[in-house]
Design a protein around this ligand. Structure first.
Ligand code: CTP
Length: 423
C-alpha cells in the first residue's frame, strides 16, 4: 500500500505569477534544440499553464512524442490524419488552434519560419499555426545555423512576421551544434518562458470577467483515510476536473481557493491552494473558506467512510486485526455547505452509471445544492481520469445535456452557468 500518514499539514500556497490560467500550444520544429522544448513546457506548467504540444516529423527524430505526452498529459499532435490532443477529434489541428490562448514555436527552424511567414500549412504543426485566431499571440524562438539565420530569406521572413505582430525571443551568439560560432543558439529556457508568460498577460487583458469580485471555493481530488501511519483507504480521482474549474474561475475574474486532496495536478496560476489529506481535513478547510465565499463547487471524490479507530502505529498482520476495519461515515461536505448557504451558490457533482438524470435530480434535492453536474461514467469518453467528459447540468429549473467535451471546456461552461445563477 502507498505510504501516507494522518499527520498531513494544511499547506496554503499561492502561485507567484499573477496570471490567468492559460492554454499554450507549443510547436516543436526539427532542430537539435528540440530537447529544450521539454524544459520550456515544464516552465510554463510551473507557472500554471495548460500546455499542449504539436511537432513536426523532423522534430520527432530529435525527441519522442512520449516525452511530451507524459509531461503535458495530452497526446502530442503530429499528423493531420492522426488522433490529436483529444481522442476521436478528426480536426485536432483546428481544435488545438482554437484552444490556444498563445502559441510558441520552440525551436523554430529557418524552414518553419519561412512556412509560417508564407502561410504554408502542410503538416499538423503548420496547419495549427495558420489556423490560430488573429487575436492569439504567436511567439517564435528560433534556433539554427548562423548562416541560415543570416540568410536574406530568413531575415526577410522575420521582418514580415514581426510586421504582423509576431514576437521573437532572439537566438544568442555562441558555439552551435554544427561547430560554427555565431548567432543561432536557442535563447535560455527561462527567457523563453518569461516572454511567453508576458505575452499571455497582455492577451488576457480585456476578456469578460463574469465572476469578478466573487470568491469561489472548490474541492478537488481524492481523500485518503488513514488506517494506520502507512496505510489508507483512497480512490482513483485525478483531480483534473476540480483543477480545470479553478483555472476557469480565475480566468473569469474570481478569487479562487482550491481545497485539494492528495493529487499531482499543477496549481493553476492565480489560485490559492490548500492541501489536505482526509475527508475531515477537507471539510474543515472548505467550511472555513466558505465563510467568506460566494460560491462553493464540490468536485472532490470524498471518501464516504473513514476508519473509526485509525492506529497510531503500524499494524502487524497476524498479531493485530487487519482483516476487519470498523468504518464510520464522513461529513458530506456538499450537503453541509448547502445547509446554510443562504443566497450563495453551491454546486455538486454526480458520477452515475445508470438512470443519470433521475439519480442526479434526487441528489440535487437530497444535498440541497443549486446545481448538480451529472457525469455518465459508464461511457468510454467520460470515465475517471479521462481527458473528456459527457455531462448534464441539473438545476431545479431543468436539465441541460452537453456533448462530449474536454474537462477544460466543461469547466468553462460550468463557470458561465454559475455566473448566471449568481445573477
Ligand atoms: N461529496 C462531499 N462530501 C462527501 C461525499 C460527497 O462533498 N463526504 C460531494 C462530492 O464532492 C460530489 C457529490 O457530493 O459533489 C457526490 O455525491 P455522493 O453522494 O458522494 O455521490 P456518489 O459518490 O455518486 O455516491 P452515491 O451515488 O452512491 O450516493
Amino acid at each position: 500500500m502507498p505510504i501516507e500518514t494522518d499527520e498531513a499539514k494544511t499547506d496554503v500556497a499561492k502561485t507567484d505569477v499573477a496570471l490567468e490560467p492559460a492554454h499554450v500550444l507549443v510547436a516543436v520544429a526539427g532542430g537539435i534544440a528540440a530537447y529544450k522544448a521539454a524544459e520550456v513546457v515544464r516552465g510554463l506548467q510551473k507557472a500554471g499553464c495548460d500546455v499542449r504540444v504539436t511537432m513536426t516529423a523532423e522534430a520527432e527524430k530529435f525527441v519522442g512524442t512520449a516525452t511530451f505526452d507524459a509531461l503535458t498529459g495530452h497526446t502530442t499532435l503530429t499528423g493531420l490524419f492522426e488522433t490529436g490532443h483529444d481522442a476521436d477529434d478528426p480536426i485536432a489541428h483546428i481544435t488545438a488552434a482554437g484552444w490556444a490562448d498563445a502559441a510558441l514555436v520552440v525551436p523554430a527552424t529557418a524552414n518553419i519560419i519561412a512556412k509560417v511567414a508564407c502561410g504554408i500549412a502542410d503538416d499538423a504543426l503548420t496547419t495549427a499555426l495558420v489556423a490560430l485566431p488573429a487575436d492569439v499571440p504567436l511567439l517564435i524562438a528560433p534556433a539554427m545555423n548562423v548562416h541560415m539565420w543570416r540568410a536574406a530569406a530568413t531575415q526577410a521572413n522575420l521582418k514580415m512576421l514581426a510586421s504582423r505582430g509576431v514576437r521573437f525571443v532572439y537566438p544568442e551568439t555562441g558555439r552551435l551544434a554544427c561547430g560554427d560560432v555565431g548567432e543561432g543558439k536557442l535563447a535560455p529556457v527561462e527567457q523563453i518562458v518569461e516572454e511567453a508568460l508576458a505575452q499571455l498577460r497582455r492577451s488576457h487583458a480585456g476578456r469578460p470577467q463574469p465572476l469578478a469580485g466573487k470568491h469561489v471555493v472548490i474541492t478537488a481530488g481524492p481523500t485518503h483515510e488513514a488506517i494506520d501511519p502507512v496505510r489508507f483507504i483512497g480512490n482513483r480521482s485525478s483531480g483534473k476536473m476540480g483543477f480545470a474549474i479553478a483555472a476557469a474561475a480565475v480566468a473569469a475574474g474570481a478569487e479562487v481557493t482550491l481545497v485539494a486532496g492528495p493529487c499531482t495536478q499543477p496549481t493553476p496560476a492565480g489560485v490559492t491552494r490548500v492541501d489536505v489529506v482526509s475527508a475531515a481535513q477537507m471539510y474543515a478547510a472548505a467550511r472555513s473558506v466558505f465563510a467568506d465565499a460566494d460560491v462553493a463547487i464540490c468536485a472532490a471524490a470524498v471518501a464516504d467512510y473513514t476508519p473509526a479507530h485509525p492506529a497510531d502505529h503500524k499494524l502487524k498482520k497476524g498479531r493485530e486485526e487487519l482483516d476487519h476495519i470498523d468504518l464510520v461515515r464522513t461529513t458530506d461536505i456538499l450537503a453541509a455547505l448547502s445547509a446554510d448557504k443562504g443566497d450563495r451558490v453551491v454546486v455538486g457533482f454526480a458520477a452515475e452509471t445508470n438512470d443519470l438524470i433521475a439519480n442526479a435530480q434526487a441528489k440535487l434535492a437530497r444535498k440541497g445544492c443549486d446545481m448538480i453536474v451529472a457525469n455518465d461514467v459508464s461511457r468510454a469518453d467520460s470515465t475517471f481520469g479521462s481527458e473528456t467528459d459527457r455531462v448534464t447540468f441539473i438545476t431545479a429549473a431543468g436539465s441541460e445535456e452537453l456533448p462530449t467535451m474536454t474537462k477544460t471546456q466543461v469547466a468553462d461552461e460550468l463557470v458561465e452557468r454559475i455566473a448566471r445563477l449568481i445573477r
